[in-house]
Each structure stands twice: as structure tokens, then as C-alpha cells.
Design a protein around this ligand. Structure first.
Ligand code: CA
Length: 513
């Protein structure tokens, strides 16, 4: 053996030894001391052997498939207690080999209450160390309130901060170095957690992907109940679901081709000025027209929500053309159960509160006021997050039937107004045509937000556009160009209309109305 080779081997051994000395084995992480939190379990899990956790109803099969693909990993379970009434369950998963040096934390929507195993598995299968939390309560319920303000704070914003702290500490202990980059990636209520994190804890994540964030939560919840009462205020005002396809067809006939391609998707719903009165029955209601009260309800669903007595604006974001097939979410005879639960338990803290049409304006204002900014996540000043290099990608399906898409535009524009031109170097919003709440719908709903945010954070490459895919049974059937708001994708005029390559981004914002 040459002297040179011996020296190289010695150096390798010394380097390796230094790495081992700094790192802790998976099992020894049980003894890791964390401020305000404790490790409840740490164990090595063989490839594909992760048991199915308490995943969202209906996602078991998908979760199982993702878990089966997991590599060997170290599973660390943690309980964090930022307040005396807290018990935030956190899991951190660390790949045994091939870690890409990054943390991707993921989040729940709705009422949360479970650790998002399926999303964690997706993250880990991309090479990330990953982390998730139940946000501080067990089960998709708000029964922990009223009477447990710690759990409300945890659900509102503290759990994501605890998640970031715990995940970084566990990673540093196990690998001997903290993550080079830390990311948060979630949708809906998880999207709200993302923007809350940037607002309240700007050092927690380097990059955030926030989908369909349900910010302004108290006002949104109470207004959704009010809109539901309004469009059902007499039996005549109720639009039977059987009429949704007829309305959708008429809207599509009027607006689908505005973007140059007749494909069942409206690229920019703000450009669609559909008049529901055009569907007014000329004679008897044969099911293919709307009665006068139903026209009123259709207009109510697709306009800013105002107090009918005073005209006061209660909620600006509203449903957009293209969403008609999903109107039941907002307009079915009963209000959204999650909204009812949140307004009673979290916002008004009165579990037996009955909603009446004549009180709805007062209820919306009272819910927003009593929330006191907790679930509002409405601070537009992301300067501290931007100043330390943080980047955020917001995205929202234009046809979202439950968290109206306009809300993301309002937040995006609020940040640009507050922070100024610097916001354009750190925040981008992508509106996904024909996409429902977080996923689904005729539009292309699958895109690699993590690839976009890592390129931006780590290499300074702001994504000029995203390419989203429409999948059918796991196979890509079409791709779409998704433009940074306020631009809209325009077909080039030649080539396959279901190929993103034949679209480019252009244009300024269309008026909100
Ligand atoms: Ca179209």
C-alpha cells in the first residue's frame, strides 16, 4: 500500500469517526433532551414495515401504498408541551440511508387531530427527513374546546413551531448535523399553518409551500354558515343538486373558449362574466332552468357575501365560475359540519349556539372578533421571513368549492402591498384552473411544489411557471402550464392542447369584481 493511500485511508477513518461521535443511534434518541418536549419512543423501522397510523378517512389505501415503499428509517415519537394543557404529538422520521440533507415537515387540514402518515411517507420517499404533528389534539374533532385554551393555541399555530423545533433537534442529534434546509409543505388548514409559520416564526422554515390556505378562518367559517342559510332561506331558494350539471354546462358554453381552448377548463375565471339570470325559467320549471329565487341563490354563491340589511361586506372571496358541480359543499341544505364545529367550539366558544338568518351578520363579526387573530393568520408583513431568505409558494385551485380561491389572491396582494417590491423576490402565487380544494376536478392538480421551492431557496431560481399533470389511474393524461399570478396561461395556437409546452404565461390581473 502506498504512503499516499495509507494517508487517505487514515483521513477517511478519522472523518468517519468524527461523524459517528457526533451522531446518536436511533434507539439512543429516547434519551434526547428537548426543551418543553419529551421523546416517547425511538425505534428503527425496517423498509416497508411502518404500520398504518391514524390517517384521514378514505385515504387508508393510498397511505398504505406510500408506507409500503418507505426505506428503512428511524421513527421518533415526541410529546411537546408548550403550555400546561398541551400534549402535541409529533413524529420525526429519519431515513437510515440516502438522506438528502433536508427537512420536509408536512401538515393536516380540516380539524387535524392525526399525524399525517401518508404525507410524511411521500416526503420521505423523496429523500427527505420528515415530520408531522396532530396539532395538539387526538381525532378530527374540536371537542377540546371550550375550556382548554392551550390546545386552541396549539391548533392555531404553536404545534407547527414545536414541530420545527423538535424535528431540527432530532435530525441534528441523529445525523450529527442539523438539516441544511428546512421546508413546510401542506394544504388547506395545513396551508394556513404554513403562512402562520412565516408570520409568527420566520426562522422556522427556509421555504414554505402553502396550498389553499384557510386563513381568515373565523370569518370564513361563520360566513360559510351565513351563505348556506341565505341560499336555503326558503325551500324555493334551494338549488337542487340535479341542476348543477345544467348550470355548469351553461357556464362552460359561455366561458370555456375565452382562453382559446375548449377543454372544460376556464383558465382565468375572473374573465368569465356569466349572468345566472340568463338561465331564468321562461315558463314552468322543467329542471333545465332556474327559478327567480334560485337565480338569487346562484348570484349569492358567486358574489362577495354582504349583510342583506346593511349591505356591509362580510366575506369578499366567493365561488368562481367552473365550481358549479361542487356547489353542494356550500349550498346543500345543511352548513359545512367543520365550519359549524369550529364556529361553536373555537371561535364563539358556545357549543350550543344556534345560527339564525337575522343574526348572521353579527355572528360573523363576533366570530372574527372573538378569534382575536388566533386562526386568522392575517398578518401581511412577511418581511422578517423574507429578510432571512425565506421563500413561499402559495397555490390554490380556482374551482375550490369550500375555501374560495380569491382568499389566496387577497393574502398575496396584501403581502405585496405591505412589503413592497421585495415580496416579488420571495413570494409567488399559482392559481390552478379547474382544480377543487387541494386536489381533484377537471384541472391538472399534481405538481412538484417541493422541486420549485427547493430550486428557489437553494439556487435562487424563482419558478417562472409550474407544470401540473392531470392523472388518471396514476398515469399522466395531460399537462398544463400554471402561471404565477397575475399571469394566465395562453395557448400558443398550435400543437397538442393537453401539453403544457404549448402554453405560455402572459397578462396582468383581471379585475376582481
Ligand atoms: Ca378552456
Amino acid at each position: 500500500m502506498s504512503v499516499r493511500l495509507k494517508r487517505m485511508l487514515l483521513a477517511a477513518v478519522l472523518l468517519g469517526h468524527a461523524g459517528v461521535a457526533a451522531a446518536q443511534s436511533c434507539e439512543s434518541l429516547k434519551n434526547l433532551s428537548l426543551p418543553g418536549a419529551s421523546v416517547t419512543a425511538a425505534e428503527a423501522v425496517a423498509a416497508g414495515a411502518m404500520p398504518l397510523g391514524d390517517v384521514a378517512k378514505g385515504t387508508e389505501k393510498q397511505a398504505q401504498a406510500a408506507l409500503a415503499k418507505l426505506p428503512a428509517l428511524c421513527r421518533v415519537q415526541i410529546s411537546a408541551k408548550p403550555g400546561p394543557g398541551s400534549d402535541i404529538r409529533i413524529e420525526v422520521w429519519l431515513p437510515a440511508a440516502g438522506w438528502n440533507g433536508r427537512l420536509q415537515a408536512v401538515g393536516d387540514g380540516g380539524l387535524a387531530g392525526f399525524i399525517p402518515f401518508a404525507l410524511m411517507a411521500q416526503a420521505m420517499n423523496g429523500g427527505y427527513a420528515t415530520a408531522g404533528t396532530d396539532t395538539g389534539h387526538v381525532g378530527a374533532t374540536v371537542d377540546f374546546m371550550p375550556g382548554n385554551p392551550d390546545k386552541l393555541l396549539d391548533f392555531a399555530y404553536r404545534s407547527t413551531h414545536e414541530l420545527a423545533k423538535a424535528a431540527k433537534a432530532v435530525i441534528a442529534a441523529h445525523y450529527g448535523k442539523p438539516p441544511r434546509w428546512s421546508y413546510y409543505n401542506a394544504c388547506s388548514g395545513g396551508g394556513r399553518h404554513g403562512i402562520t409559520s412565516a408570520q409568527r416564526f420566520p426562522a422556522d422554515f427556509d421555504g414554505i409551500v402553502a396550498g389553499a390556505p384557510s386563513w381568515n378562518q373565523a370569518r370564513l367559517d361563520a360566513a360559510r354558515i351565513g351563505i348556506n342559510l341565505m341560499v336555503n332561506r326558503t325551500p324555493e331558494h334551494h338549488i337542487p343538486a340535479a341542476k348543477y350539471p345544467m348550470i355548469h354546462k351553461a357556464v362552460m358554453q359561455a366561458c370555456d373558449a375565452l382562453d382559446g381552448v375548449t377543454d372544460g377548463i376556464i383558465e382565468n375565471p375572473r374573465e368569465c362574466r356569466f349572468d345566472y339570470a340568463s338561465l331564468l325559467c321562461k315558463g314552468a320549471d322543467d329542471g333545465n332552468c332556474l327559478t327567480a329565487p334560485q337565480v338569487e341563490s346562484a348570484k349569492m354563491l358567486t358574489s362577495p357575501f354582504r349583510d342583506s340589511a346593511s349591505g356591509k361586506l362580510l366575506l369578499e372571496p366567493h365561488l368562481r365560475p367552473g365550481s358549479e358541480l361542487q356547489w353542494a359543499t356550500m349550498a346543500s341544505p345543511k352548513p359545512l359540519p367543520n365550519s359549524l364545529a369550529r364556529v361553536r367550539h373555537l371561535h364563539l366558544k358556545d357549543t350550543s349556539h344556534e345560527f339564525r338568518l337575522e343574526n348572521i351578520a353579527a355572528d360573523v363579526e363576533r366570530a372574527a372578533q372573538m378569534d382575536g387573530g388566533l386562526l386568522a393568520s392575517d398578518n401581511y408583513n412577511l418581511k422578517p421571513f423574507f429578510d432571512r431568505g425565506g421563500k413561499m409558494i402559495m397555490w390554490h385551485g380556482w374551482s375550490d368549492p369550500q375555501v374560495p380561491a380569491e382568499g389566496s389572491i387577497i393574502y398575496y396582494e396584501g403581502v405585496r402591498r405591505t412589503v413592497g417590491a421585495a415580496a416579488d423576490e420571495a413570494l409567488a402565487l399559482y392559481m390552478l384552473p379547474g382544480v377543487l380544494h387541494c386536489r381533484g376536478g377537471p384541472g391538472a392538480d399534481t405538481f412538484d411544489g417541493m422541486a420549485a421551492i427547493t430550486a428557489w431557496v437553494e439556487r435562487g431560481e424563482k419558478p417562472a411557471r409550474l407544470v401540473a399533470s392531470k392523472l388518471n389511474a396514476g398515469k399522466v393524461v395531460s399537462t398544463r402550464t400554471i402561471c404565477p399570478f397575475p399571469q394566465t396561461a395562453r395557448y400558443s395556437g398550435s400543437g397538442d392542447t393537453s401539453d403544457a409546452a404549448n402554453y405560455s404565461c402572459s397578462g396582468a390581473a383581471t379585475a376582481r369584481r
